[in-house]
Design a protein around this ligand. Structure first.
Ligand code: AVI
Length: 322
């Protein structure tokens, strides 16, 4: 019975034709502070490891956000209003999306946006089966770039951006990203966003230094990916995972630290490492409510409502474009 899927899923493919992995790695490893963009964590193994991270005892964000969603779903749905067009940035298969789709009143459609076409179509198909009749309009794109939403007969778009992925942008990038969303949704459009909050340092640092070493494996996986996809010569045993909270910038920094003087080749270029030198692989910013409100205000959004767990570890916020 394929017919219902064919009728409800219409893909827009804006995926860039050229692969920039090698260029980005060469550029990043050529900098004084070596760096690899965090988006390259997510090949099949990286996505699997991230999924494992979300189930760890130390990694509080996922279960806390889920608890907030469950506790306040009715109030969230009321803010989003009837017949809205739900636009999800990132994966469209999560339980959190289903909570929204289970409760939304006659949604005009669902627009998942993801860079991985395979993942996008797989999750769109699963949702088409679970929500027959829901128009699904996936867009395969890098969601940090500009694009247009499909026409939905004037329905009000509401962007859903869970998981505190906003924390993986530097504040200036986050502002530009939110500004683009304001343009995409237009005045009166909404955004439901998960934002991890600043808290005691040991709680934050434990979340990125789990006892089982899953986060360390996730971090090192990017080196394995460079080896297999770009002909890299990284010895994974010669680097260690290092994650710490930088209080000045209110962010977790994840690095891979060289355990000795060494030289690594990636395709046709060589990169020397000194003992203790690091590759920066990820920032994860932790916001106070005030800092986040001023960030979104500078992008043209207003915070309309904030929901939190009782320990104030995490927040889900409803923003409205001015
Ligand atoms: C996807 N993102 C919100 C995660 C975070 O917490 O910043 C990625 C992650 N990195 C290590 N653990 C989880």
């Amino acid at each position: 019975m394929n017919t219902p899927l064919i009728e409800t899923i219409a893909l827009t493919d804006l995926h860039p034709a050229t692969d920039t992995f090698l260029v980005d790695v060469h550029e990043g490893l050529g900098q004084a502070q070596k760096a690899i963009p965090a988006k390259y964590f997510y090949d099949a193994r990286g996505s699997y490891l991230f999924d494992q991270i979300t189930k760890l005892e130390e990694y509080y964000p996922t279960r806390t956000e889920m608890g907030i969603m469950k506790a306040h779903i009715d109030a969230m749905i009321e803010r989003m209003g009837p017949q809205c067009l739900l636009v999800e940035y990132g994966s469209g298969s999560s339980l959190k999306t289903r909570i929204l789709l289970d409760h939304l009143q006659q949604p005009a459609g669902y627009v998942p946006i993801d860079i991985s076409k395979e993942h996008l179509l797989r999750s769109a198909e699963a949702l088409a089966l679970a929500y027959p009749g829901l128009p699904i309009r996936p867009i395969c794109a890098d969601y940090t770039t500009a694009f247009q939403l499909p026409d939905a007969n004037g329905a009000r778009p509401v962007v859903y951006f869970p998981g505190s992925t906003i924390g993986n942008f530097e504040p200036e990038e986050a502002r530009a990203f939110l500004q683009r969303i304001v343009q995409i949704v237009g005045a009166g459009g909404g955004m439901l966003i998960g934002v991890d909050l600043r808290k005691e340092v040991p709680i934050i640092e434990a979340a990125y230094n789990d006892a089982q070493g899953v986060t360390a494996a996730f971090n090192k996986n990017v080196l394995a990916r460079i080896n297999s996809e770009l002909g890299g010569t990284f010895d994974l045993n010669c680097f260690r995972h290092h994650a710490f909270f930088n209080a000045t910038h209110s962010r977790i920094e994840m690095h891979l630290e060289s355990l000795g003087d060494q030289c690594v080749r990636v395709a046709d270029r060589y990169f020397p490492f000194r003992y203790g030198e690091t590759i920066l692989t990820e920032y994860s910013y932790k916001y106070t409510l005030e800092a986040f409100a001023s960030l979104v205000a500078s992008a043209g959004f207003e915070v309309e409502k904030v929901w939190m767990d009782e320990d104030h570890l995490f927040s889900v916020q409803y923003l409205v474009a001015r």
